[in-house]
Design a protein around this ligand. Structure first.
Ligand code: URA
Ligand code: SF4
Length: 196
């Protein structure tokens, strides 16, 4: 892929019609956060609220995600970036199909090439299977770090799964604590924020 600046990448992506999801979207959800962050979070794709607002993780799951981020000094406004495998909402929130993921993945690759994260956190099965290993088992492998092409990769439970299954919340929080430790180990410029 050609060299991009962040701004041209974002404006090109927002005009993308490379897969069928373009027909039903209201907004392309490019991502949110600090493109100079060392930690990149990746979900599967926009839901209804995200499609309407043009920002990832803004529904109930997003509120839980923001709480978990804040508990370890992370904030979408400051020290991380958040994107998705597919940038347009799959109808009725179905899983993004392999051909849709394939059509969209170059946007994420270009984002990743510009951000050059030290750590990538996959939120849920779809992202972890696409980016870590196709047979990733979230229930067994969440919170484990894998070094892939010089980047530390971790899969954790999707916030929506934690809302459906609150008994798994402690597991989810444990992954965020492991993430905080990993940030301390491998990141150079990430400042953690603990608002009083
Ligand atoms: N779920 C995701 O995977 N991504 C979003 O942006 C919102 C919900
Ligand atoms: Fe383009 Fe991705 Fe949206 Fe499909 S989901 S139209 S590939 S931006």
């Amino acid at each position: 892929m050609a060299e991009w600046t962040w701004e041209t990448l974002e404006s090109q992506c927002k005009n993308c019609t490379a897969c069928g999801l373009a027909a039903t979207r209201h907004n392309v959800v490019f991502g949110v956060g600090n493109p100079r962050a060392e930690v990149l979070f990746i979900g599967e794709g926009p839901g209804e609220n995200e499609d309407l607002q043009g920002e990832p993780f803004v529904g109930r799951g997003g509120q839980l995600l923001d709480k978990m981020l804040a508990s370890v000094g992370l904030s979408r406004q400051k020290n991380i970036y958040i994107a998705n495998i597919v940038k347009c909402r799959p109808p009725r929130n179905r899983d993004p199909q392999p051909e849709e993921q394939e059509a969209c993945i170059n946007w994420l690759k270009a984002q990743t090439a510009l951000i050059r994260p030290k750590i990538i956190v996959c939120l849920g099965r779809i992202a972890a299977c696409r980016l870590i290993t196709p047979d990733f088992k979230v229930t067994r492998q969440h919170g484990e770090f894998f070094l892939k092409n010089g980047v530390w990769m971790m899969g954790t439970l999707h916030p929506a799964a934690l809302l459906r299954n609150p008994s798994q919340k402690p597991d989810g929080f444990a992954d965020f604590l492991a993430l905080r430790d990993k940030i301390g180990e491998v990141c150079d410029s990430t400042e953690l924020y603990y608002p009083e």
